[in-house]
Design a protein around this ligand. Sequence first.
Ligand code: NCD
Length: 307
Amino acid sequence: MLKGRHLIDPMDFTLEEIEEILELGKDISKDPEKFTHLCDGKILATLFYEPSTRTRFSFEAAMLRLGGRVIGFSEPNSSSTAKGESIADTIRTISCYADIAAMRHPKEGSSKIASLYSTIPVINAGDGGHQHPTQTLTDLLTIKSIKGNLNNNIIGVCGDLKFGRTVHSLIKAMSRYDNNKFILISPKELKVPDYITKEVLMKKNIEFLEVEKLEEVIEKLDILYMTRVQRERFFNEEEYIRLKDSYILDKGKMSLAKEDIMVLHPLPRVNEIDYEVDEDKRACYFKQAKYGMYVRMALISKLLGVK
Ligand code: NCD
């Protein structure tokens, strides 16, 4: 039963519950018009303490396309946060006005805290460099819709694997399906945190490899998940500048890849995928952005328990 639940971490839902959301997301993607009144009279609050394009707009568009309405802020200084209000008090107040909330915050664990004080479902729309479970639902729906299932993939994850919350959530989620293997491609300074390699991959005996060069492994990959170097999480700008262009996917590198590789990127892109790759039919990142709206429509409906 998903009604009334929070989504803070990809592991909060069972595989069956995720399947339920993906199935509905797929139905919605095929005929969105059919769902125009599912959330009539309901209100979504979007609490964004950090910049966002896709996540916030896709949440808002999702609720509007379901017939619901949206309140919120995209600039915390326009809320009582600027006066020193705590997350606990903000969410207790929002719970009085809205039926469901999506929250993005620069601090790891902040949506978890909000969920402890909330009487409405709280969705983690990104907590610092930690997790981003709705991006992962987006990724799962994209992979499933294009490939047909979520098993038997060699998944290359490339870029900032240290601070990239989308990567942490994706690895957690894809580790639960059969026979997926990972190739983790990053500079040594931006390797995946230990809690992912030790607590997720090693614990489940999942094959993985850590490498520094994309061109050496690209031919093996079924999925390539590119990510941006997360400037805002660096302590030192010089270090960011040194690492920011570690990877640039271009036509040359794409010529080494499988005919049916899927290239994904949560976006925004900075330099890591050359615009020339956009025309390649294997580039799926804008389709992915669209699936993000459909899967959020499904998630909102399920957490609100509307049918
Ligand atoms: C990602 C995020 O916010 O973590 N963006 C998104 O939600 N699609 C990725 C990023 O900012 O690099």
